[in-house]
Design a protein around this ligand. Structure first.
Ligand SMILES: Cc1cc2nc3c(=O)[nH]c(=O)nc-3n(C[C@H](O)[C@H](O)[C@H](O)COP(=O)(O)O)c2cc1C
Length: 125
């Protein structure tokens, strides 16, 4: 993932547990979910499988940007912010289907563009 600084690529591979994905509704109401079905795609996308989204899906389809928070085994936290595209067909959807566990429906793939990267309050990219 070239948009990721190298240190963040390493941290992403070393992440522990589910990530947190935050979106916002048109009225400004924030919404945060845990997500386990996540994977990088190409140089600058982090994809979350939409298995059970409800408010998250509504927010994304209404144009929400997103923030994705993860923590490493060494207890360093990273936050990625960017626009989100929503794919229910096409190559990003097809890729999600190859790694999303078959027991989950995988109705779509939400792709967060890596536009800003933070470690704690420090901006890295
Ligand atoms: C540990 C954990 C992991 C989860 N992983 C996913 C996931 O990868 N994809 C998904 O659609 N929902 C996942 N969920 C469910 C969402 O966190 C959430 O309940 C769902 O999106 C509905 O909430 P919403 O209405 O705020 O979108 C997970 C829940 C937990 C507790």
């Amino acid at each position: 993932m070239k948009a990721f600084p190298t240190v963040v690529q390493q941290a992403w591979q070393d992440r522990e547990g589910p990530v947190v994905l935050a979106t916002v509704a048109p009225d400004g109401q924030p919404n945060a979910i845990y997500a386990s079905s996540v994977r990088e795609y190409g140089d600058d996308l982090l994809v979350v499988a939409d298995n059970y989204f409800h408010k998250t899906r509504a927010n994304i389809l209404a144009g929400s940007r997103g923030a994705l928070l993860f923590i490493t085994k060494e207890r360093k936290s990273y936050q990625i912010k960017g626009g989100i595209s929503y794919h229910s067909t096409g190559p990003i959807f097809a890729d999600m289907k190859t790694w999303n566990p078959a027991k989950h429906p995988g109705v779509a793939a939400a792709a967060l563009k890596v536009e800003q990267v933070y470690c704690g309050s420090e901006r890295l990219a």
